[in-house]
Design a protein around this ligand. Structure first.
Ligand SMILES: [Zn+2]
Length: 265
C-alpha cells in the first residue's frame, strides 16, 4: 500500500516536469530555407537584431535546408523544419575538367571555400538590415532555391541559391544596403562578390562579367555592383544569387516579396 502511494506521487512529479518542460520549450515551425521570428532571448545580445511587435520583442532565426522534416534546437528554442519538395534539375557540363577536378583545381576550390567561409564568419553591427529587399536583376528565375542538382547525371549538393536570367552585361544592383566584404575570381563561381548587410545577413553574386565596386566599399540599395556574366562553372550567362542569414543559406525568392519583414514578424 505504502509502495503504491510512492509510485503515484512520483508519477505526478513526472507529469509536472513534462508539462513544465513543454511550456519552457514551445515548438516553432517553418519551411526548409526560410527565416521565421521567435520571441527574443531574455538576455541582451548586442549582435542579435530584435524587433518590437504588438506581441512582444522578436528576433529572427534561419531554418536550414533539410531533406526530411526535422526538429532542431537553435538559439533558445526548438524548431520544426518542414521539408519542401523543391524538385530536381539536371545540367550537363561539357568541360569534364570542371566536373572531375584535377588535384590542383581541387586545392584551389578548397582554398576559395575557406575564403568565403572566413568572409561570412563576422558580420557588421554598424549596418542594420531593413530586410526590404529588391531584386538584384530584373530577370526571371531560371533555377529556384533548393533543387537537387545532378551534374552530368551525378548527384551534387542542392542548389541553395536563386538563378536569375540576364544577358552578359546586365547591371546587377545591391538589393539592400551593405558593405563589400569579399571579391574574388573563383573556380566554381567565377567573378564573385559578397555583401555584408549587417547582423548576420549576407548576399553573394556569382558568375559576373565585371565587378563595379571595391573591397570595403559601402553600397546603398540599388547601387550598381557589377554586371551579369558567365564566368566560372556555368552553362550560360545568369546571376547566381545566394543569401545567408544566421548561419544558413536561405531562400532568396521569399525575401523579394513586398512587405516581407512584416509577413514574418
Ligand atoms: Zn545557380
Amino acid at each position: 500500500m505504502f509502495q503504491k502511494k510512492i509510485k503515484a506521487s512520483s508519477l505526478l512529479t513526472l507529469f509536472a516536469l513534462i508539462s513544465m518542460q513543454s511550456f519552457a520549450s514551445d515548438l516553432f515551425e517553418g519551411k526548409s530555407g526560410e527565416i521565421i521570428s521567435i520571441p527574443a532571448a531574455t538576455e541582451d545580445k548586442s549582435n542579435v537584431l530584435t524587433f518590437k511587435t504588438s506581441t512582444g520583442t522578436k528576433q529572427l532565426v534561419s531554418l536550414p535546408f533539410v531533406k526530411k522534416d526535422l526538429v532542431i534546437t537553435r538559439h533558445h528554442v526548438n524548431l520544426k523544419v518542414n521539408w519542401v519538395n523543391f524538385g530536381e534539375s539536371r545540367i550537363t557540363i561539357a568541360d569534364e575538367s570542371k566536373v572531375t577536378l584535377s588535384t590542383k583545381d581541387q586545392a584551389r576550390a578548397n582554398n576559395e571555400a575557406i575564403q568565403i567561409k572566413t568572409a561570412l564568419s563576422r558580420s557588421s553591427t554598424e549596418i542594420t538590415p531593413s530586410f526590404d529587399f529588391i531584386a538584384p536583376v530584373p530577370g526571371i528565375v531560371t533555377s529556384p532555391f533548393g533543387k537537387q542538382r545532378f551534374v552530368n547525371d551525378l548527384p551534387r549538393s542542392a542548389h541553395l541559391a536563386l538563378d536569375l536570367r540576364g544577358a552578359v552585361g546586365t547591371p546587377i544592383v545591391a538589393p539592400l544596403k551593405g558593405k563589400v566584404v569579399l571579391i574574388g575570381d573563383y573556380f566554381y563561381t567565377g567573378l564573385t562578390l559578397i555583401l555584408d548587410h549587417g547582423y548576420g545577413l549576407f548576399s553573394s553574386y556569382a558568375h559576373m562579367s565585371e565587378i563595379k565596386v571595391k573591397l570595403n566599399d559601402l553600397v546603398e540599395q540599388s547601387d550598381e555592383i557589377g554586371l551579369v556574366g558567365a564566368t566560372g562553372r556555368v552553362t550560360g550567362p545568369h546571376l547566381h544569387w545566394t543569401v545567408y542569414f544566421d548561419g544558413n543559406k536561405v531562400n532568396p525568392e521569399s525575401l523579394i516579396q513586398e512587405g516581407y519583414l512584416n509577413s514574418i514578424l
